[in-house]
Design a protein around this ligand. Structure first.
Ligand code: PMP
Ligand code: GLN
Length: 385
């Protein structure tokens, strides 16, 4: 038999699926894959259910329902003062995953250089490679995940087409500061490069940090494609509704990619998400406050058990160094052992690096109800004893 696509043959099953399956097999509490254990807001779910009986189950417009595009533009203005054209400046996608794919398809020609920042979300690298992009990696290191400015500047060249930026960042919980974003903006302007901004955790930012879209910086609106996800914003990860905002010429290309990928996204979910995005700002504040309390609970508990817990300013995850627990095996072995013996699953941090990952770090999801986090901590304590 002839081989299939070489790059896909080299791509394994994602670590999130692997660890979720292992967690299920061993009855472990799953603090691996990031998904909340509560339902999203009841009125949004009800709106999606009602919309199914409202005679609008055929193909919606290719770039998204007008009411959702208008809601995306309005929330961009309300939260960040961004001016987005609801007609030509927004595309609705089937999740941020499709949005990332469509944005990369929209911009990359084979041979273009793409700057990626490690630790990186698992879809970025295979997608860039499949599109023929040449990857330039820049590394962030624990414990502070500081942006290495000189290395980043060196990664840019006249061949740089784009930078993929994830803030708030998975898996580190880092929220890029205004100064860091300013430095990045300078590089993009100097090299006339674009940024694809994965901002799926934009509304999950904790006290002491603030999310600033790169697009909001002076001169950056024409350089950036900004991606959001209803899955994260409304705790409905299975819905897979994403949206891209940006300048009309780029959005035209993104929508051409989208027309070949999925063409449209379920209309009832789009209608419900439009309703959700019109929520008062109190909704977003309460969501972040709840997650912050869950982060604090898990971080304090892990620290009591001897993990060196790193700060997380946003998102669903904290990372921790387990060396002080006295185990010297690698992070994949540690996560397997913890899942099978302690019955608590996490994700090895090395999954987010191409090579030479920082040793002995794991990622825990805290987007779970306090009682479940307490139960996971009790299991870990018992295991340690
Ligand atoms: N980007 C990052 C950084 C993520 O953590 C996720 C979550 N799975 C996604 C993109 C994908 O989001 P969606 O579920 O909307 O496709
Ligand atoms: N973004 C989620 C995480 O990082 C996983 C999504 C997925 O499984 N593809 O855990």
């Amino acid at each position: 038999m002839k081989p299939g696509n070489r790059l896909l043959e080299q791509t394994g099953t994602t670590i999130f699926t692997i660890m979720s399956a292992l967690a299920q097999e061993h009855g472990a509490i799953n603090l691996g894959q990031g998904f909340p254990d509560i339902e999203g807001p009841a009125h949004i779910i009800q709106a999606a259910a009602d919309a199914l009986y409202d005679q609008r189950n055929q193909y919606p417009p290719m770039t998204g329902l007008p009411e959702l595009r208008a809601a995306v533009a309005a929330v961009n203005a309300r939260c960040y003062g961004l001016e987005i054209d609801p007609l030509g400046g927004v595309v609705v996608t089937s999740g941020a995953t499709e949005a990332i794919t469509a944005c990369l398809m929209a911009l990359i020609n084979p041979g273009d250089e793409v700057v990626l920042i490690e630790p990186l979300y698992d879809t970025y690298l295979p997608l860039v490679r499949m599109l023929g992009g040449i990857v330039r990696l820049v590394r962030l290191e624990p414990p502070d995940w500081a942006l290495p400015r000189a290395a980043l500047a060196e990664a840019f060249s006249p061949r740089t087409k784009l930078l993929l930026l994830n803030t708030p960042m998975n898996p580190t919980g880092k929220v890029f500061s205004a100064e860091e974003l300013g430095f990045i903006a300078g590089l993009l302007a100097t090299h006339d490069a674009y940024a694809v901004c994965d901002e799926v955790y934009e509304h999950l930012v904790f006290a002491g940090a603030a999310h600033l879209p790169l697009m909001a910086l002076p001169g950056m609106a024409s350089h950036c494609l900004r991606i959001g996800s209803a899955g994260k914003t409304f705790s409905l990860t299975g819905w897979k509704v994403g949206y891209v905002s940006g300048p009309a010429p780029l959005i035209t290309l993104v929508s051409r990619a989208h027309q070949h990928l999925t063409f449209t996204t379920a209309p009832n979910l789009q209608r419900a998400v439009a309703l959700g995005l019109a929520s008062s700002l109190d909704y977003f504040t309460a969501l972040a406050a709840r997650l912050q309390a869950q982060r604090d609970l898990l971080a304090a508990g892990l620290a009591r058990l001897g993990f060196a817990v790193l700060p997380a300013q946003g998102g669903y995850f904290i990372t921790a160094d387990y060396s002080a627990l006295g185990y010297s095996g690698n992070d994949h072995e540690f996560c397997r052992m913890m899942t099978m013996q302690a019955k608590v699953a996490a994700i090895p941090l090395s999954s987010f690096y191409v090579a030479d990952a920082p040793a002995h770090h794991v990622r825990f999801a805290f987007c779970k109800q306090p009682a479940l986090l307490e139960q996971a901590l009790a299991r870990l304590e018992h295991w340690r004893a």
